[in-house]
Design a binder for this molecule. Structure first.
Ligand SMILES: [Zn+2]
Length: 178
């Protein structure tokens, strides 16, 4: 019981820390560190890229490289690309910003791990479905082969019946000619 309370207190402290970090991030966005419309002034240090969901052209401050944010056009979560050749030292961040980015990265990692679990589950269910379909396909092939055999047996009997009928007819016509 006391352990649970201790954990709650730790989690509460963590949430408060996250909230304060979000405050820092939010104020940065107001200063123009967030995603902007490309039509606005683009600084030479901005990262310019297209939203992978809607294709909208976006520009973000270079300090946002690798971070997750929402597209201003479609609202989907997107990851800001990290430009080729960009180094960690290029960021020249203060400890607060580094902490913000660390939290962002951890959240992103947690989301990615959750997504991996979901994708693995979906892969397993697809594999199961595929093996069920394969079994059903094989059973259908067996039934088709059985039906073909039955059809061939019918045709054979039909041919025998025709031959017998022809034989009877020829006997009748022999009788008629006598
Ligand atoms: Zn978008």
């Amino acid at each position: 019981m006391s352990q649970t309370n201790e954990k709650d207190v730790t989690e509460q402290a963590f949430e408060e820390k996250v909230a304060s970090v979000e405050e820092v991030l939010f104020s940065q966005e107001e200063e123009g560190a967030g995603v902007d419309e490309v039509e606005d002034d683009i600084r030479p240090t901005d990262i310019v890229f297209d939203c992978p969901h809607c294709g909208h052209n976006l520009a973000i401050d270079y300090r946002g490289a690798g971070l997750q944010t929402r597209c201003v056009e479609c609202g989907e979560m997107i990851q800001v690309p990290i430009p080729e050749g960009m180094k960690l030292s290029d960021l020249d961040l203060n400890p607060g910003e580094l902490l913000t980015q660390l939290f962002q990265t951890r959240r992103m990692l947690a989301k990615c791990e959750q997504r991996v679990v979901e994708l693995e589950e979906s892969l397993n269910s697809l594999k199961l479905r595929r093996s069920e379909l394969e079994k059903s396909r094989i059973s259908t092939l067996h039934r088709c082969a059985e039906l073909v055999n039955l059809c061939q047996a019918c045709m054979k009997q039909n041919a025998e019946a025709s031959a017998t009928l022809n034989r009877i007819l020829s006997l009748v016509s022999e009788e008629q000619q006598l």
